[in-house]
Design a protein around this ligand. Structure first.
Ligand SMILES: [Zn+2]
Ligand SMILES: [Zn+2]
Length: 152
């Protein structure tokens, strides 16, 4: 009888600890995902996973590369992030739903910046007869302001 009473509290304690651990883990995961979201919001430009990693690490401790990749994938699946394909470069990610815009790629630091607006319909290439235009991509290259001040 006394053996049973001794056993019960420890069993309950064990259970509580496990559920506390699960809660802590879930809380940490939520906090990390929030940090990755804030990284994109604060940057206000498309980020590479590496850039998102260092930005998120500045917000919450213990964010790993794997965490960043996993969360970027899930944010893309949730359509919170969209993929920015950069010619000859690893993809960047930006907050979805910004509407049609273009990007500026700094050749010095590699950062990608948003360019509001569009050249179309001012410059429309000749589209062969019978073709139907459904979209376009345009990348502008150069040096961003911080990099121009670095180069003499
Ligand atoms: Zn730059
Ligand atoms: Zn355009």
């Amino acid at each position: 009888m006394s053996g049973l009473t001794l056993l019960l509290p420890s069993a309950f304690l064990g259970l509580n600890l496990r559920s506390t651990d699960r809660m802590t883990l879930r809380l940490r995961k939520t906090r990390q995902k929030d940090a990755i979201r804030s990284a994109f919001e604060r940057a206000a430009r498309p980020l590479s996973p590496d850039e998102a990693l260092s930005a998120a690490q500045g917000i919450v401790k213990g964010v790993s590369v794997a965490t960043v990749y996993r969360n970027i994938n899930s944010l893309v699946a949730e359509r919170w992030l969209s993929i920015v394909e950069v010619p000859g470069e690893p993809s960047r990610y930006e907050i979805a739903g910004k509407g049609h815009h273009h990007h500026f790629h700094c050749r010095h630091c590699g950062r990608i910046y948003d360019l509001p607006g569009c050249v179309l319909p001012a410059v429309v290439p000749t589209i062969p007869q019978g073709f139907e235009l459904t979209g376009h991509e345009l990348f502008l290259y150069g040096l961003c302001a911080p990099c121009t001040s670095l180069t003499p």
